[in-house]
Design a binder for this molecule. Structure first.
Ligand code: SAM
Ligand code: SF4
Length: 441
């Protein structure tokens, strides 16, 4: 079994990508090697997402391809990890014969034992959720990294139970990781040349660590990580509008290396819908938070998530979403058509009663508006100068570097004597829908 090669394919959110690095670390410690070529792999692990039905269907399709690989190499081990593994558990073994192994998000430490079980000819399953697993002692293997930016998971699970969302059902109780282990991981990354860290959790503002002598809040943790070095940029995701604090905004304003970009998912602009979704804030409260952010952090980018066509959404509710988008003028947004997920409050108590055609039309109106808002936001950046962290060469041409500004916008500019990992001021001359284009100055 040892010396065998694993290949991990990851779907879904940043948290899943971060988990795949933990899995890679656990496997390497056991003597397995990683490969970037699926055809060279002795085992393929698919880290899955359940957030929308479409995400699960993509994985099901991909399993057909794994089946064809297994036909050519019957020794190949195929395992499913993550949220879909957790949601469907053993049932998957009956439905997807290609699978040898199923492991939920809290059982990755057991992977070596599960693989040994598969070696001995049995199918292996572990989908137990934990109340305290944070993988704090495992140093993630950055196997697919640019060497500049990295994720650090600071907490796991979620207990908000938004009516549409499967996450609390597949990722279990919320738990925070020790502040010490997070700070040490940040220091280690910085010493290895990394220059940007994103702290990850489903609701980072409810991070809390009890040291025994007192409690550390998210704002305090952020400050500790920002103090590692002024050359280390810090980002975080995701903030929940009901929990984002004044203290956090104050901390952000004090440290230049805490990036001025906040992802604050609104989901809907209608208070009636927000209540139906169990989000814990009203339209007015959301707008108040935005006003506070703009006051304390002028120039801070604000992005969001929006769901179109949630249960009982009326045309009036939809118009309120469009008007809120206009009012806030989001720099960027992730926009989704509502997809009913089993076991959620909405699946059990509400009717998925907005016709698919109406959901599609509302979603495209939301996307069209956001494109105009993003265009406007990029247009306003022309003529401004931003400090850009160089991440590498542009995919289109080695004559250009690409990087990001503090507001998380991608910036492309002609190469200079600098190297990836360094900061350069770049003046913006023009833009495309997703990129600012400029010149170092
Ligand atoms: N924890 C984060 C929050 O509450 O903002 C985001 C978690 S989720 C991984 C990312 C986004 O997926 C959500 O903000 C929401 O817009 C979307 N989403 C979640 N469940 C959905 C569903 N059933 N249908 C459509 N979109 C969904
Ligand atoms: Fe899902 Fe809501 Fe938790 Fe975000 S806060 S993960 S949307 S339940």
């Amino acid at each position: 079994m040892k010396n065998k090669k694993f290949f991990i394919e990851t779907y879904g959110c940043q948290m899943n990508f971060s988990d795949s690095e933990i899995v890679a670390s656990i496997l390497e410690k056991e003597g397995f090697g990683s490969t970037k070529e699926i055809k060279d792999a002795d085992m393929i692990l698919i880290n899955t997402c359940s957030i929308r039905d479409h995400a699960e269907q993509r994985v099901r399709k991909r399993l057909e391809f794994m089946q064809s690989l297994k036909k050519k190499n019957p020794q190949l081990i195929v395992g499913m990890l993550g949220c879909m593994a957790e949601r469907l558990k053993k049932q998957l073994l009956e439905e997807e014969h290609v699978l040898d192994l199923i492991a939920g998000p809290d059982s990755y430490r057991e992977l070596p034992q599960l693989l040994a079980e598969v070696e001995s000819g049995r199918k292996a399953v572990n989908t137990l959720l934990s109340i305290d697993e944070t993988y704090a002692d495992i140093s993630p293997l950055r196997y697919d990294s640019n060497g500049i930016s990295a994720f650090i998971s600071i907490m796991r699970g979620c207990e908000n139970y938004c009516a549409y969302c499967v996450v609390p059902h597949v990722r279990g109780q919320e738990r925070s990781r020790s502040a010490d282990s997070i700070r040490k991981e940040a220091e280690d990354l910085f010493n290895r040349g990394f220059r940007e860290i994103t702290l990850l959790g489903q609701n980072v503002n409810s991070y809390q660590w009890d040291t025994g002598e007192g409690k550390i809040s998210f704002a305090e943790l952020l400050e500790q990580v920002a103090m590692v070095s002024p050359l280390l940029r810090i980002r975080f995701a995701t903030s929940h509008p009901k929990d984002i604090s004044y203290e956090l905004l104050q901390t952000m304003s004090r440290y230049e290396n805490i990036c001025k970009s906040i992802h604050l998912p609104v989901q809907s602009g209608s208070t009636h819908m927000l209540d139906h979704m169990n989000r814990g804030y009203t339209r007015e409260q959301y707008l108040e938070r935005i006003a506070t952010i703009r006051k304390i952090l002028p120039g801070c980018a604000i992005s969001t998530d929006i769901i179109a066509g949630f249960c009982d959404e009326t045309e009036e509710d939809h118009k309120e979403t469009l008007s809120l988008m206009q009012e806030v003028s989001f720099d960027y947004a992730f926009m989704f058509r509502y997809s009913e997920r089993p076991d959620t409050l909405a699946a059990e108590r509400y009717k998925d009663n907005v016709p698919e055609g109406v959901k599609d039309r509302r979603l495209s109106e939301i996307i069209d508006l956001q494109q105009r808002l993003s265009f406007q936001s990029n247009k306003e950046d022309v003529g401004k100068t931003f400090e850009v962290l160089i991440e590498g060469f542009s995919k289109r041409s080695v004559d250009f570097f690409y990087g990001r500004n503090s507001q998380n916008k991608v910036v492309v500019f002609p190469v200079t004597i600098n190297k990836p990992g360094e900061y350069v001021p770049v003046k913006i001359h023009r833009f495309t829908s997703a990129t600012l284009i400029g010149e170092a100055c």
